[in-house]
Ligand binder design. Structure first.
Ligand code: COI
Length: 354
């Protein structure tokens, strides 16, 4: 096994940090000085190094490009007033990464590389972590197949890489959502629970069509009846009905087990709400809206954190939510922000120091 002490570090000759405009950080556009690169070959992890962020040189035949054997994670780090860098729940993303790896016939990544490597990388580039509200260092670990052969079979060679992006909010404004009834994100037996690159490629057309109609994202429904609600855009979804928060359950394997979803469930319970993880249909949602009990709908994800929804369209029906009357989502977001930025005590052990 690769020891973290074996991480070979090559630092940049000159940092790019002084060129970064901290007041203008679109999501995922800027990258720090360094990246971590680990190589898998001959049945094991062979090398891990931290080196300058730079272009990769790869053959056009590699399996990831042709057949999409590629997975990723999204994690965030924050810098506290004392200058310390803290990562939010990286072990949960680590576990999910390896679940995705197994589903896509890829090797698992040892904790020494994923977590310890990530910590070393962040420590090196921690001056890049923005401290403004709604800003963070977005951590993107990913792995892809590098066999140079156009045959459909699991690759024997892989690269695992971590890059870091100082970043601002993902969605700048509350969202308008269209309920999707034609395209499908995931079906039982498929890969909906995995964070593989192809899931995101498959979502693009439906999202583009919704955008052409004036919507920001879509609410995915099940593959068979287009009635059971799954996810919203690239996020998990929550519905506040009376004093109960309902979110689709993970049982069928069609939904990504979001770390922010899990965090949200815990915090909502602490806020006094009942949380139900279960199947929920668009009909139930519309009925609750008509009865006046559907109070809020919001998305949760690492990139977006908590994303407010102001309008939801299903066939001819339009559900609107008065943003000034929302109470649950704004309080939830404040609570999460306070934990992650160190303003509230971290009673769950979610923050991991670098
Ligand atoms: C995340 O929330 O971290 C995601 O992976 C969503 C997206 C940026 C792909």
């Amino acid at each position: 096994m690769v020891e973290t002490t074996n991480i070979n570090v090559t630092k940049v000759a000159k940092s790019k940090l002084k060129d970064l405009d901290f007041s203008n950080l679109p999501f995922g556009k800027h990258f720090t000085d360094h990246m971590l690169v680990a190589t898998y070959a001959n049945g094991g992890w062979q090398s891990v190094e931290i080196r300058p962020y730079e272009a990769l040189s790869l053959q056009p035949s590699i399996v990831a490009i042709h057949y999409g054997q590629a997975i990723f994670e999204g994690i965030k780090a924050y810098r506290y007033e004392n200058g310390e860098a803290q990562i939010f729940r990286p072990y949960d993303n680590y576990k999910r990464f390896n679940i995705s790896a197994e589903r896509m016939c890829m090797p698992t990544v040892p904790q020494e590389i994923f977590i310890e490597g990530m910590k070393q990388l962040i420590e090196l580039d921690k001056e890049w972590i923005p401290t403004e509200a709604d800003h963070s260092l977005y951590i993107r670990p990913f792995m892809f197949a590098t066999d140079e052969i156009i045959g459909v079979k699991p690759s024997e060679n892989y690269l695992f890489i971590i890059i870091l992006s100082p970043t601002g909010p993902y969605y700048a404004a509350p969202m308008k959502i269209l309920v999707e009834e034609t395209y499908t994100r995931a079906a039982p037996g498929g890969v909906g629970f995995a964070k593989n690159a192809g899931n995101y490629a498959a979502s693009l057309l439906a999202t583009q069509l919704a955008k052409q109609k004036g919507y920001d994202q879509i609410l995915w429904t099940d593959a068979f009846e287009h009635k059971w609600l799954q996810e919203v855009g690239t996020m998990n979804v929550f519905f506040i009905i009376g004093n109960t928060a309902v979110t689709p359950s993970l049982e069928e394997g069609t939904i990504l087990a979001g770390v922010t979803r899990d965090t949200t469930i815990t915090v909502l319970k602490e806020m006094g709400l009942t949380v139900e993880e279960r199947k929920i249909s668009i009909d139930e949602l519309v009925d609750a809206y008509d009865a006046g009990t559907l109070k809020e709908v919001f998305g949760t994800g690492t990139a977006a954190t908590i994303s407010l929804i102001e309008k939801l369209k299903y066939q001819e029906k339009v559900l609107t939510f008065d943003l000034d009357k929302l109470t649950v989502a704004p309080e939830l977001k404040n609570r999460l922000d306070d934990i992650r930025t160190g303003k509230s005590p971290d009673t769950h052990g979610w923050m991991i120091s670098v």
